[in-house]
Ligand binder design. Structure first.
Ligand code: F0G
Length: 358
């Protein structure tokens, strides 16, 4: 346990004997069986818990490879644009390796926890008065002009690391599932999972590949619409992206696997977000709930998954985005430290008049 992606999957990664085997304990995340959502869908549903990574999102799998290769190449600075999680991960691994970290984020549009992570880890955070897509354009320009290693998913090492999540799914289930539901933003993760499933296909334990079911938010769904979205909007700030860098990768994953890329509304995302938390005990960030929203929408629209194995990727922890969490939950009850008053409040909310009703 806790060996890290570079050690555990060395044979599948572009490592050399001198690549530093850094780790913060990323990877080896649990695959948790659903209780409630599988009752509604009729499938055998699992959640790949990527919020259990050290900085709370799947980004650590790819970042550890990108940063190790940057160190190996003698780079002293890394740069990325981010809707938040990539910057948190870059800041952590960069700090670990003594690198300078520069992150460009769309001003006012990233979740509080992610901003806090990048700042506390000592990254230089530049808030761009514009979108993620504009921030990425600037980051690319800066990495062309200066010796800053770009660690967005355009960096090929990022996808190499992220594909290891597919290996773990196969190992946990004993084969690939029938379906993989996954949120899509910049489209790196769906591209990486598809690569991972293809690489393991035909080897021991992997007799098939899953249908890749990617989901964008309706207000930020360029792939579904077939054209970039100039002013993307959605409550799921992590996937508020109008022109995904890995667009073709997502299209290929959908087409080649017999799946596709669809869209879910903010209401559908928030319904899945609340359901995951209240019925499964899984507190994820809104973007992560897009995978489950996609599953619920697909089955409600007639997709039959009875008896099928389904994995939903839960890409990040709910602690990243306390503002959305609080907007979706009731206020706590405030009462003086008085037993009778508190008892009344508790029994009152249960709708009963005595403890026997418990
Ligand atoms: N879920 C979460 C929690 C994310 O942070 C992201 C992307 C995605 C899903 C979508 O993954 O971009 O590979 O399709 N976050 C990036 C970032 C864009 O900057 O942190 P994708």
């Amino acid at each position: 346990m806790g060996r890290g992606v570079l050690t555990q999957y060395a044979e599948f990664l572009p490592l050399t004997p001198v690549t530093p085997r850094i780790t913060l304990g990323e990877g080896e995340t649990p695959l948790v069986r659903s209780r409630q959502i599988e009752r509604e869908t009729g499938g055998e549903v699992y959640f790949k818990m990527e919020g259990c990574n050290p900085t709370g999102s799947f980004k650590d799998r790819g970042m550890v490879v990108a940063v190790a290769k940057a160190v190996e190449a003698g780079s002293q600075a890394i740069i990325c644009a981010s809707t938040g999680n990539t910057s948190a991960s870059a800041a952590a691994f960069g700090a670990r390796c003594g690198l300078r970290v520069i992150v460009l984020v769309p001003q006012g549009r990233i979740a509080l926890g992610k901003l806090a992570q990048a700042l506390v880890c000592g990254a230089q955070v530049i808030a761009i008065e514009g979108s993620f897509d504009q921030s990425l354009e600037v980051a690319r320009g800066l990495s062309d002009r200066h010796p800053f290693t770009l660690v967005n998913s355009l960096n090929p090492y990022r996808l190499e690391g992220q594909k290891t999540a597919a290996f773990e799914v196969i190992e946990a289930l004993g084969d690939a599932p029938d379906y993989l539901f996954i949120p899509v933003g910049n489209a790196g993760n769906i591209t990486a999972y598809w690569r991972g499933f293809q690489e393991f296909h035909g080897r021991e334990k992997s007799s098939r590949t899953p249908r890749m079911m990617g989901f964008q938010a309706e207000g930020s769904a360029p792939i579904v619409r077939g054209e970039p979205v100039a002013d993307p909007h959605t409550v799921a700030s992590a996937i508020r992206i109008g022109n995904p860098a890995l667009w073709q990768g997502a299209v290929a994953a959908g087409n080649e696997s017999g799946g596709g890329v669809g869209a879910v509304s903010d209401d559908e995302i928030l319904e899945a977000y609340r359901l995951l938390a209240s019925a499964e005990g899984i507190f994820c960030e809104p973007a992560s709930a897009a995978s489950v929203a996609g599953l619920l929408k697909s089955t409600r629209q007639g997709l039959s998954v009875a008896g099928k194995q389904i994995v939903c990727v839960i890409t990040g922890t709910g602690l990243k985005d306390p503002d959305t969490a609080m907007s979706q939950a009731p206020e706590p009850t405030v009462i003086p430290p008085d037993l009778e008053q508190i008892e009344k409040a508790i029994i009152g909310t249960l709708g009963g008049s005595s403890w026997t009703r418990l």
